[in-house]
Design a protein around this ligand. Structure first.
Ligand code: ADP
Length: 437
């Protein structure tokens, strides 16, 4: 339970101190006046003592005022602290604060409820002893948990539903989304981080239901589509030798539409496979430059038709990595095809390079000089079915699944996909992949 400590209160009341301030010197003055009546006493001595008494009274009065001010401040502080306690207790989201040594300094009741614990804050336990997270069902290293990443990277870390992060709760894993932000003091010195997270079990369930529906519908659609494609293919080849003019054009359009539908259904099925956790990378040692070359060769006929060019700077030596070649090639194909689709057809210029690092992941960089990604679209770009407005204007075909699939495929291999883009200038996607151990 969240507790707040209040500053200690003084045991002496200001009235007592005030009376003592008047009483003590008064008694002293009377005593001295009595003594000064004696033959040795003098009126100067009595006068100086009176003055002394007056000063003492003033000093004590000031102390009393000071104590009363502190009391008021204490009361104000307590009031603020109580308000904060009520606010934190009523927030539905979990709230966790850590200090610069990664120790928990605050956990609100919602967070405690999710984790099924009651934290003794005075003990300031290390976050690793309280929280364990998973991502896509695999344990997430503590340094990658959002609050720790925010603390060390000094940047906000936002996690979305598709990141598939769960925290270990009392009754099993709980899917969460949230934002972790670094905390700095007035001098800019890092003092910790704060993580606000939300239980998204309901949203996840809806997502799973959607995936189940899509999977079922896709399988059902595939059979009639295969028949349509089969017969339109026949029309255009064997039986279609006699097809001329408009009839031939109609048959070609049916065939093209059918092929597009099949590829959309396949993508939908891939999405459901991802969401049901059915993708298991099959690692193999391959020369990544060769794999890139194969994908580029696959795209080249399309780019040639558009009067464009894809240039690939292959490294001098083979670059052997243990990865899943299918997942990698599919991700790269999606990224390159986007670069093609979102570039000017008459000046499509795509540049691909690979950078191997000694102590880091290998980077595959795909650069285009196309329409770019608008600022407001950047945070949504890896979401399922998301398409930026300029992309919809430029290419009416598209389903917003390619990047979602690419990112997830790469993450399955502990890789990552990031991008930099400027609208109307171009986009650079970077794949980071390490060899599987
Ligand atoms: P699709 O291309 O079918 O719309 P994707 O998932 O592949 O779906 O891409 C999602 C969105 O990301 C695109 O609709 C577009 O807005 C944006 N995008 C992806 N790649 C690029 C690119 N190279 N240049 C500009 N926008 C891009």
């Amino acid at each position: 339970m969240l507790t707040t400590s209040h500053p200690p209160q003084s045991s002496l009341s200001p009235t007592f101190l005030f009376l003592a301030g008047i009483g003590i010197p008064l008694i002293g003055a009377l005593l001295f006046a009595f003594i000064s009546r004696l033959p040795v006493g003098g009126s100067i001595a009595a006068l100086s003592l009176g003055l002394l008494a007056l000063i003492a009274i003033l000093v004590i009065a000031l102390i009393a005022i000071h104590i009363s001010t502190i009391r008021n401040a204490e009361q104000l502080l307590k009031q603020h602290s109580d308000e904060l306690t009520v606010i934190l207790a009523s927030i539905g989201e979990g709230l966790l604060v850590i200090d610069s040594h990664e120790r928990i300094t605050l956990l609100n009741p919602a967070a405690e409820h999710m984790l099924g614990i009651s934290l003794d804050r005075a003990s300031r336990p290390h976050i690793a002893s309280v929280i364990s997270c998973t991502q896509q069902g695999k344990p997430l290293a503590i340094r990658h948990t959002p609050p720790i990443e925010a603390l060390h990277s000094q940047a906000p870390i936002k996690t979305m539903l598709y990141d598939d992060i769960c925290i270990q709760g009392a009754n099993g894993p709980i899917p969460v989304i949230g934002v972790a932000s670094p905390l700095n003091d007035e001098q800019g010195i890092r003092i910790g981080s704060v993580w606000i997270f939300r239980n998204v079990t309901a949203e996840k369930r809806i997502d799973e239901n959607k995936a189940e529906f899509v999977s079922l519908a896709s399988h059902q659609l595939k059979t009639p589509l295969t028949i349509i494609n089969w017969y339109s293919e026949l029309l255009l080849t064997k039986g279609g030798r006699s097809l001329k003019g408009d009839l031939r054009m109609y048959a070609e359009r049916i065939s093209k539409g059918g092929i597009r539908m099949v590829s959309l259904i396949n993508e939908l099925l891939t999405v459901t496979q991802i969401e049901e956790g059915r993708i298991r990378p099959a690692y193999r040692s391959i020369d990544i430059a060769k794999a890139i070359r194969n994908v580029v060769d696959e795209c080249n006929p399309i780019v040639d038709k558009l009067h464009g060019a894809i240039t690939f700077q292959a490294p001098a030596k083979p670059l052997i990595l243990s990865i899943d070649p299918t997942l990698f090639s599919q991700s790269l194909l999606n990224i390159i095809m986007n670069a093609v689709n979102y570039s000017d057809p008459l000046s499509c210029d795509i540049h691909i390079s690979v950078r191997a690092q000694k102590n880091g992941p290998c980077r595959v960089i795909v650069h285009d000089t196309g329409i770019g990604i608008p600022e407001d679209a950047k945070e949504h770009i890896f979401e399922k079915f998301y398409r930026a407005r300029n992309a919809i204007d430029a290419q009416s075909d598209g389903n917003g699944l390619g990047l979602y699939i690419a990112k997830r495929f790469l993450e399955y291999m502990d890789g990552d996909l990031t991008f930099e883009s400027q609208e109307r200038k171009g986009t650079t996607f970077t794949i980071a992949l390490s060899s599987h151990k």
